[in-house]
Design a protein around this ligand. Structure first.
Ligand code: ADP
Length: 200
């Protein structure tokens, strides 16, 4: 007998997402920020979280490095494990969403396949793809965490943009070019979207 045969979900007996959204005065969504390391995902997500908080929205950042110290801590950066990492995050984001909370997901999520997987888990209507776009040379120049240097030196293998692919989204809901946009401008652009799609 499969394990699932012994599992009896009780979703239908719980308070609905809609009721929770009403209580919080917002529609919940999953804002999924994808882009190279150093493109600006975390910086924008943190600033946006603060702005949303100040403006009365309930949002929670789920950030790659934080997640990898917790529910993703047994995973490597192989494409297979990245996919598993994203699966876990998408499931967590969905739990938040069903609680009425908007999540700001900051993960490289490098391939179309991985993002399509996340979109499938969350549901297409609620998955908002945001492409945080900076040329790899700009990210390497910033080298916020010193990782590009290590990747160039061969100390890190399979680093996205260096020796592991990054496939740009073809049709993101929002694209931010962070070498042409300030953090505040980026936050304003996404916040306009939030007001339009998440306000009740
Ligand atoms: P990521 O989360 O994508 O790996 P980080 O947010 O950690 O990237 O790092 C991005 C770096 O780029 C930060 O040092 C940030 O200050 C800088 N930066 C410069 N311009 C921007 C911008 N317009 N948006 C976001 N980050 C920017």
């Amino acid at each position: 007998m499969a394990i699932v045969d012994n599992i009896h979900p009780i979703f239908d007996r719980l308070i609905s997402r809609e009721d929770r959204e009403k209580r919080l005065g917002q529609k919940s969504k999953v804002l999924w920020l994808t882009g190279l390391s150093g493109s600006g995902k975390s910086t924008i997500a943190q600033a946006l979280e603060r702005k949303m908080y100040n403006e009365g929205f309930f949002a929670q950042v789920l950030d790659g490095d934080n997640i990898r110290t917790g529910i993703g801590q047994n995973l490597t950066f192989s494409l297979e494990d990245r996919r598993e990492n994203v699966r876990r995050i998408a499931e967590v984001a969905k739990l938040y969403m069903n609680s009425g909370i908007i999540t700001l997901n900051s993960f490289i999520s490098p391939t179309k396949d991985i993002r399509a997987f996340a979109r499938d888990i969350v549901g297409s209507d609620d998955f908002i793809e945001i492409y945080v776009n900076a040329p790899v040379e700009v990210c390497e120049e910033r080298d916020v965490k010193g990782l590009y240097k290590k990747a160039r030196a061969g100390e890190i293998k399979g680093f996205t943009g260096i020796d592991s692919p990054y496939e740009a989204p073809e049709n993101p809901a929002i694209e931010i070019k962070t070498n042409e946009t300030t953090v505040d401008e980026a936050v304003d652009i996404i916040f306009e979207f939030v007001k339009e799609h998440c306000a009740l």
